[in-house]
Design a binder for this molecule. Structure first.
Ligand code: C2E
Ligand code: CA
Ligand code: CA
Ligand code: CA
Length: 278
């Protein structure tokens, strides 16, 4: 079966799951949070399955809210996009991430650092220029920075984002297609944009060893990525069974709570030590 045929049959578990009401934050509050440096980067390891080596991290932003405590990105990224704050937000996150990448290198940790990029960041050349200039100024090689773009939003937009992604690729930044399997990217688009990495959505990874439909999605994504020459990351690796499937099927990289939850930069070196000794 083709990937798109499988996609048609697939209903995400969340569609029928429980509804959780969450606080929605306002524009002024988020603006202030960005200015007051209340956004904090967490980092989650990406581990090479064959060798067990930690090869990179994904930056995941949290809002350290003075009253509400730690607020997760699904409660404010949409707000940032809706009110035109996403360029500032991504710049703050990227600045911290590239600075951290440099510090890790200087401490002898060669890690690729990934940052999530919103489609809205790819509407003009300003983000590209910011990222390229800052990365050069801090002294990090562009190929050590990964830009993750979510698949579901890739297709809705016009050509501008695709052109900007191509330019970023020409500047040697690594491009990653995120949440693969949840959107409807055409094969032609995957061919047109030179992605280096494909991230299989966690919904097709955790428990894929036990479920035929998940397994078919997982296999199809893996094989597509292989044929297009992309490195494959499986997200949502939560237990030993998930890990074993990746190992058996030759998936390149694993990310998920089986290895570690996202953590503060300061905690990463000690975690890597303990992971090596496991
Ligand atoms: P994502 O890019 O798909 O990131 C993976 C999400 O899965 C993260 O949620 C991560 O904490 C969570 N996760 C990690 N391991 C596991 C696991 O084993 N099982 C499960 N079920 N989940 C796991 P988080 O941190 O809440 O982020 C949610 C989304 O918010 C991200 O999804 C990303 O799309 C967006 N996001 C996060 N940081 C940023 C940012 O700086 N900028 C933008 N534009 N979006 C961001
Ligand atoms: Ca991501
Ligand atoms: Ca993802
Ligand atoms: Ca996601």
């Amino acid at each position: 079966e083709t990937l798109s045929a499988l996609l048609e049959k697939w209903t995400p578990p969340s569609a029928s799951g429980p509804r959780i009401t969450k606080k929605v934050y306002g524009e002024a509050e988020l603006r202030a949070a960005i200015d007051n440096r209340e956004l904090i980067n967490y980092y989650q390891p990406k581990v090479a399955v064959a060798s067990g080596e930690v090869v990179g991290v994904e930056t995941l932003v949290r809002w350290r809210h003075p009253v509400d405590g730690i607020v997760f990105p699904d409660q404010f990224i949409g707000v940032a996009e809706a009110f035109g704050l996403i360029d500032d937000l991504t710049q703050v996150v990227f600045t911290e991430a590239v600075t951290q990448a440099k510090a890790w290198r200087q401490a002898g940790l060669a890690l690729r650092v990934a940052v999530n990029v919103s489609m809205d960041n790819l509407a003009s050349l300003s983000f590209l220029n910011f990222v390229a200039e800052l990365t050069a100024k801090i002294g990090v090689a562009p190929q050590d920075m990964v830009l993750e773009v979510t698949e579901s939003r890739l297709m809705l937009d016009t050509r501008a984002p695709l052109e900007i992604l191509t330019r970023l690729r020409l500047k040697r930044f690594r491009l990653s297609i995120d949440d693969f399997g949840t959107g409807h990217s055409s094969l032609a688009q995957l061919r047109d944009i030179p992605f280096d990495e494909l991230k299989i959505d966690q919904g097709f990874v955790h428990r894929a060893w036990a479920d035929e439909t998940l397994r078919a999605m997982y296999d199809a994504s893996l094989s597509l990525a292989r044929q297009l020459g992309m490195e494959v990351v499986a997200e949502g690796v939560e237990d030993r069974n998930d890990w074993d499937l990746l190992y058996r099927t030759g998936c390149d990289l694993a990310q998920g709570t089986f290895m570690s939850r996202p953590m503060l930069a300061a905690d990463l070196p000690a975690w890597i030590e303990s992971w090596r000794e496991r």
